[in-house]
Write a protein that binds this ligand. Structure first.
Ligand code: PGA
Length: 247
């Protein structure tokens, strides 16, 4: 069985001093962890966190990557640039990017491609809004979002990770129940199985108000291979509890 992966998504939070304190606390508590742990940090802090985690088993992650390879794209960071800082994972298509930066399924698929091309594992985020869930469209929406990435990435699809993050559960304190989450994860697994014989290798993470209290039950579900953790990843005690629940 593959080990679980717990990825922290710091979003646009942190400072040099706060990052150092947080990472140092994690490294002390993390010594025994047997699951994968990654920190997806704001781009300006990649170099700092790369050096802070250099001697640890924590992996570095980014929160976004440009759909372009290089050139006149002010404000963007390319996959090659991320790679230079030792980035192993990169979120693509987080709902906040889809919502505030109008990232379409097609753009997300290209971003996943750019990451894969340089050996970075894209964590492809999918998830429905509350209105879509209430309209019974959850399956349709997440399958459409993942289908674009499968279509653009062909045989490499077993090299991605997926994060199911219901938009209504992100930062709201409202978590999908383990059964609700597992049902969607099973749909995503089946979709991957139809695309690759290696679908079981793909980590499908749950994200959306995962915390120290609810992590164990979510992580016990058959198709939940880890977590993408926002708010709780900024609190070392909470994040370490989630990591402990993933052992
Ligand atoms: P949350 O965020 O854990 O604060 O809900 C998760 C995410 O957006 O990745």
């Amino acid at each position: 069985m593959k080990s679980k992966l717990i990825a922290g998504n710091w979003k646009m939070n942190g400072s040099l001093a706060a990052n150092q304190a947080l990472v140092e606390a994690l490294i002390v508590g993390f010594a025994q962890a047997r699951c994968g742990v990654a920190l997806c940090v704001p781009a300006p802090y990649l170099a700092q966190v790369q050096s802070l985690i250099a001697e640890s088993r924590i992996d570095l992650g980014a929160q976004d990557v440009s759909e372009h390879v290089s050139g006149a794209f002010t404000g963007e960071a390319s996959a090659d640039m991320l790679r230079e800082f030792g980035v192993r994972y990169c979120l693509v298509g987080h709902s906040e990017r889809r919502q505030y930066h109008t990232e379409t399924d097609a753009v997300v698929a290209v971003k996943a491609q750019r990451a894969l091309a340089v050996g970075i594992t894209p964590i492809v985020c999918v998830g429905e809004t509350l209105a879509q869930r209430e309209a019974g469209e959850t399956e349709l929406v997440v399958k459409r979002q993942l289908a674009a990435v499968i279509h653009a990435n062909g045989h490499c699809i077993s090299e991605i990770a997926v994060a199911y993050e219901p938009v209504w559960a992100i930062g709201t304190g409202r978590t999908a129940s383990p059964a609700q989450a597992q049902a969607v994860h099973a749909v995503l697994r089946a979709q991957l199985q139809a695309a690759t014989p290696h679908a079981d290798r793909v980590h499908i993470l749950y994200g959306g108000s995962m915390n120290a209290a609810n992590a164990a039950e979510l992580l016990a579900q058959a198709d939940i291979d880890g977590g993408l953790v926002g708010g709780a990843s900024l609190k070392p005690v909470d994040f370490l509890s989630i990591i402990a629940a993933a052992q």
